[in-house]
Design a protein around this ligand. Structure first.
Ligand code: GLA
Length: 716
């Protein structure tokens, strides 16, 4: 019908002065109101008819205490005028003025990219609001703030975006909290009046909180399969903040970006700052679909292009086996064992460089220890390659031990305040990568390492948070740039290294899952979700992880028992749990029995046969390990021809049998051939999608830490 938005994309309706962004399941609409402010109009299920929209009009005031400027949902409110909600931008001008009221100037629309130009009502402080619409319906927003005045200004807050949800009560917020060893713990709570702040003030993404949210409602709870869900995540690996606010009018908004705690970013005349991207999407098909949409988006749009077609190799990592006690002979022996069970990438973890015999020394000195590797890394790498694997190495480039040659030469290279303590954590200090000389040193050290050795992969670690974030050699007004520049320069170093060493792959690790976000994921192939490798704990941790992030990047190692909980689980269980992500081995293979080694070889071969489905298929979380005694997840290949089901049992009681597991995401009419990968499977060898999804499969799950896996193949 003429005048209706049939095609996905971005449309400007000039008469109404509205922009309609439609893709996937959603429409996102905003316009210019009678005060020339950019006003949010709608975000939710797709609305196709242009004539359904009216021009943006400011909302009425609610008595004198809640004026229209406060109730009206703006796309990017400055802090100024009568505004009391969380602002997106807060500025101090050279004359001390702190009033900022942003008005619409004009826009530029090109295909899926829309830029709105805003300007302060009085002076030349400009904001370019960028919107990029992915065909999946995921929207990327970010802002560039430019100082067009003749004097310096200071930004006290520069958020990436605010997202407005439809008005209504009974919204629920889901987020991922945690701590070391217990990252990505899903938390769900009702949104109440006031603000809930999710944040990291630690200089990095953090193990404590992840910059992701999903909101259900208003008025209706979502399940895995049903209900409206608005979700999003930041692409930033420094301190960050998400403010989930319910206004006096019961509107819910989510403002997010770099943390404004201790933030004071100067802009000289003509200078600009671009905020990190903030991605968000909508689905009416529940939490499961929200995850699947986001996973696919990460696979197709976020993760490095260069490796996007490659499946994650099965890796071996030495950390849990040898700790700091690595040397050439020991690593060669492990590598031989690893190759025999089918490992494709051998990674030597901490302990190989400088005087690194414990966490007390060596960080910063990125040269192989002469004692442990008398001829450098060459012989070990050659051995690993001869065994048919590629070689990976652990580094922690942003850090330094005071007991290191680097620190002895450059004690001023760390974040610190003069005359104040330099607080150590894990015996280390944070290098000030905002400094050009430090940045160049770190780049050169890694570049040399990669140029001199055939290293296919770096495990890039970060094992402490910022403290005393001083940068004494620059003027006081510039010192707090460190919050932004530190992260930017880490990104810059990685980008340059990848350019110079095109085959290089990287894993992001930060004492486990302390740096998992869409900023680092644009530069790394995979992440280490947690140092906790207890398989039963991992089920919960991985479930939380999967709410936001794709299983392809989720490294999962099989390690030795007992674990940090003192728990002992069967090796088969440990394998199947790790096979629900990207499989790795972290055990001491030299101590494994013949039976364990054979089992491992069989499991790794099995994993290789299904990993494309796990790593790149659609994940359905069937039964949560946090509820009940059976946990199950299912992965359906993109083309729907295959699926894998994993199920795990624990704490059985009273002789009760495990309930049937009902699958999802299959074609009701199709018939699937069932093949047990692990565990007994009674009943017919073929079942229809309808039977599998509605009646379910009864699996042979008994005892503590039972595990089963089934492959389903669609028959013609
Ligand atoms: C961190 C990582 C571990 C390991 C150690 C090495 O704790 O999370 O996986 O690499 O550092 O010191």
């Amino acid at each position: 019908m003429a005048g209706d938005a049939l095609d996905p994309g971005i449309r400007f309706l000039p008469e109404a002065r509205l922009w309609v962004l439609s893709a996937g399941e959603m429409s996102y609409v905003f316009g210019v109101n009678e005060r020339e402010e950019l006003q949010h109009v709608y975000w939710g299920r797709r609305i196709r008819r242009d004539r359904d929209w009216s021009p943006a009009a400011s909302l009425p005031q609610w008595d004198g205490v809640d004026p229209s400027t406060n109730t009206t949902p703006e796309e990017y409110p400055g802090w100024g005028g009568l505004r009391f909600c969380e602002p997106c931008l807060k500025v101090v001008f050279a004359d001390g003025g702190r009033d900022l009221v942003l008005k619409y100037v004009d826009h530029a629309l090109q295909d899926r990219d829309l830029t709105l130009h805003l300007r302060d009502l009085g002076c030349d402080l400009q904001v370019d609001l960028g919107y990029h619409l992915d065909p999946s319906g995921i929207l990327r927003r970010q802002a560039t703030v430019r100082n067009g005045t003749d004097h310096p200004v200071v930004l006290e807050s520069a958020q990436s975006a605010v997202w407005h949800l439809p008005q209504g009560p009974d919204c629920h917020l889901n987020y991922l909290s945690g701590r070391w060893g217990e990252e990505t713990r899903p938390t769900r709570e009702e949104i109440h009046p006031g603000s809930k702040v999710l944040e990291s003030r630690r200089g990095s993404t953090s193990n404590q909180m992840n910059p992701w949210f999903a909101i259900e409602g208003p008025g209706e709870d979502a399940t895995e399969e049903h209900g409206d869900v608005w979700f999003g995540a930041l692409g930033w690996s420094g301190s960050w903040k998400l403010v989930v606010e319910q206004t006096p009018r019961l509107d819910v908004r989510v403002t997010g970006g770099m943390s404004d705690f201790d933030f004071a970013h100067p802009l000289a005349p003509g200078e600009s700052l671009t905020t990190p991207p903030f991605y968000a999407g909508f689905t009416a098909r529940g939490m499961g679909q929200a995850s699947r949409l986001f996973h696919r988006f990460q696979l197709e749009r976020i993760l490095p292009r260069a490796s996007s077609g490659r499946l994650r190799p099965v890796l071996y990592n030495s950390w849990e086996a040898t700790g700091f006690d690595v040397d050439q002979a020991g690593q060669m022996a492990l590598a031989e064992k690893a190759a025999r069970i089918g490992v494709e990438r051998f990674v030597m973890d901490d302990g190989w460089f400088g005087a690194r015999d414990s966490s007390r020394a060596g960080l910063g000195d990125w040269r192989p220890s002469r004692r442990k590797f008398p001829d450098g890394l060459g012989p070990l790498i050659a051995h690993v390659k001869k065994l048919g694997m590629d070689f990976g190495l652990w580094v922690e480039p942003e850090m330094v031990n005071p007991d290191s040659d680097l620190y002895r030469a450059h004690p001023d290279w760390v974040l610190h305040f003069p005359g104040r303590p330099r607080s150590e954590a894990r015996n280390q200090l944070v290098l000030n990568l905002a400094r050009d000389d430090v940045k160049e040193y770190v780049f050169a050290a890694l570049d040399t390492l990669l140029s001199e050795n055939e290293i296919a992969f770096l495990k890039w670690d970060l094992n402490r948070n910022f403290a005393e974030p001083g940068w004494p050699v620059v003027p006081v007004t510039d010192q707090r740039r460190v919050w932004v520049d530190q992260v930017r320069h880490v990104y810059g170093i990685i980008d340059r290294l990848r350019l110079r060493h095109p085959g290089l792959e990287i894993e992001s690790c930060a004492s486990g899952g302390g740096r998992v976000d869409l900023g680092i994921l644009a530069r790394t192939e995979q992440v280490w979700p947690s140092d906790n490798t207890d398989a039963f704990d991992r089920l919960s941790l991985q479930e939380g992880f999967s709410l936001a992030y794709t299983p392809k990047i989720m490294m999962a190692w099989v390690t030795d028992v007992p674990t940090l909980n003192g728990r002992v689980t069967p090796l088969t269980y440990r394998f199947l749990v790790a096979m629900t992500g990207s499989l790795g081995i972290g055990a001491n293979l030299l101590k494994w029995t013949r039976e364990e080694t054979d089992l491992a070889a069989r499991m790794i071969a099995l994993y290789k046969s299904i990993r494309a489905i796990v790593q790149e298929g659609d994940l359905f979380r069937l039964l949560s390990p946090r509820k009940g005694r059976v946990a199950a997840s299912e992965y359906v290949a993109r083309d729907g021809r295959q699926a894998v089901l994993f199920a795990f049992s624990h704490d059985p009681q009273f002789g009760r049998e495990a309930p049937p597991v009902r699958l999802r995401g299959l074609d009701e009419e199709a018939v699937y051939r069932l093949r047990s990968l692990e565990g007994r499977l009674d009943g017919p060898a073929e079942l229809s999608g309808a039977a599998l999804m509605h009646r379910g499969l009864r699996l042979d799950l008994k005892g503590d830490y039972g595990a089963a896996a089934v492959l389903l193949e669609r028959t013609e």
